[in-house]
Design a protein around this ligand. Structure first.
Ligand SMILES: Cc1cc2nc3c(=O)[nH]c(=O)nc-3n(C[C@H](O)[C@H](O)[C@H](O)COP(=O)(O)OP(=O)(O)OC[C@H]3O[C@@H](n4cnc5c(N)ncnc54)[C@H](O)[C@@H]3O)c2cc1C
Length: 376
């Protein structure tokens, strides 16, 4: 068993870390405070081929491992969590098309996502269908060589900036979740409407909107994968997506942990650094244990995917454990900073706001527990 990253993965990690620490950290405050879409961060990631880390070289990606993808998202999130969410969702769309699409579809859409020319949006959740995604109501009615899509999606990350929407809709409503198919809808298609971004407690640079499909007509060739396989395509995408969310959580937790350790060495009370008090030191030790355990579980899931092994349960374990560990670690960082932890002058309060969504999206942690318990 080798716990080190391969040379290639370590090189990618170093490249992203340098970029993110040098450029993204400074911008993260404004991105959060003004809810700015981090255009420049995305441009710089695209220039280094980091928006398509895991996508095939044949389609403009870097063809790197899931491990490299995981450390990429971790390093981005350590500097700017919003940028990492945008990256993980657009990659998830690219991966789904690459995995399920025919050659023509792959050549048409994957290179655009891999190079950052277009950003992808993953449209599954609806007002009445969150955890129970199979109960979605959006319809896709085949009319000759076209499909007419009607319905509403909610909480769609990247929607306001996307060129490529992967939409799960019921082609055969009478078949329930087996009647769902997946379709690509391109921006500017008549009838596609995107609401203003939601006002959220965190991840403010990652814009999330309601999307309406009002008689949206696309060619039948835009169906990705087989008819009726839409839910399975979405769930397979989430298997990898959840490794991404676990990695994001790790990055946010690492930033919070580093801040807490440095503060515990600088801040003095009762004539010595607060880190020398056992109460503070033990809290930091607990944070370190959780961080390490989360990283090991996340790397195990990434490694299993790279080996071509089934990793549904392990992705859920990594997602639930890492996000909850990160929740505790970011809260611990606030406590370690005392009053300053509550101040907007330091980024620790942002880490704790940003981490909350990771416990919810790509399946709440209750749903991860459902997946894990069903696997027993
Ligand atoms: C910032 C953000 C970005 C998002 N981005 C996207 C996106 O890009 N694309 C997309 O399609 N969706 C996206 N989502 C939606 C997200 O995936 C859903 O919010 C999530 O799946 C939960 O659905 P819900 O909000 O309807 O909650 P509900 O399903 O209504 O759940 C409410 C509560 O009930 C619990 N619960 C529900 N069912 C069960 C059960 N069987 N057992 C135990 N507990 C249960 C849940 O865990 C939760 O605590 C995003 C959400 C957020 C917050």
């Amino acid at each position: 068993m080798d716990f080190r990253l391969s040379e290639e993965d370590a090189l990618i990690q170093e490249t992203v870390r340098d970029l993110a620490q040098e450029k993204f950290v400074k911008r993260a405050v404004e991105v959060d405070e003004k809810s700015l879409w981090p255009e420049q961060n995305l441009k710089e990631l695209a220039e280094l081929g980091l928006l398509g880390t895991i996508l095939d070289e044949k389609y403009g990606g870097a063809g790197a491992s899931t491990m490299a993808y995981s450390v990429t998202l971790e390093e981005i999130a350590r500097a700017c969590a919003s940028t990492s969410v945008i990256t993980s969702v657009t990659t998830m769309v690219g991966l789904a098309i690459q995995r399920e699409g025919n050659e023509e579809q792959k050549e048409k859409w994957v290179p655009k996502i891999a190079t950052g020319e277009e950003i992808g949006a993953f449209c599954l959740t609806e007002p009445g269908a969150g955890s129970d995604a199979g109960s979605l109501k959006t319809t896709a009615t085949v009319e000759g060589d076209s499909v007419r899509i009607n319905g509403q999606k909610l909480w769609i990350t990247n929607a306001a900036h996307s060129g490529i929407f992967l939409v799960m809709a019921k082609e055969n409503p009478e078949l329930g979740s087996r009647g769902i198919s997946a379709f690509v809808v391109e921006k500017d298609t008549p009838g596609l409407k995107i609401n203003a971004p939601e006002k959220k407690m965190g991840l403010n640079g990652s814009h999330t909107s309601a999307v309406y499909f009002d008689d949206v007509v696309v060619p039948i060739e835009n169906r990705i994968g087989e008819k009726g396989k839409g839910l399975s395509i979405a769930l397979k995408s989430l298997d990898t997506g959840r490794i991404g969310i676990a990695s994001q959580a790790l990055g946010i937790a690492q930033a919070a942990f580093d801040a807490a350790v440095s503060y515990s060495k600088e801040r003095e009370q009762f004539g010595k650094p607060i880190g020398e008090f056992q109460g503070v030191g033990f809290r930091l030790a607990d944070m370190r244990m959780k961080l390490d355990a989360a990283r090991l579980l996340t790397r195990r899931a990434a490694w299993m995917k790279d080996q071509g092994m089934r990793h549904t349960v392990e992705s859920s374990i990594a997602k639930a454990f890492s996000t909850e560990a990160a929740f505790d670690i970011t809260a611990g960082a606030i406590r370690t900073h005392g009053g300053m932890g509550f101040s907007k002058e330091l980024p620790v309060e942002r880490y704790h706001r940003d981490i909350q969504a990771t416990l919810i999206y790509e399946g709440t942690n209750d749903i991860q527990r459902l997946v894990i318990s069903r696997g027993l």
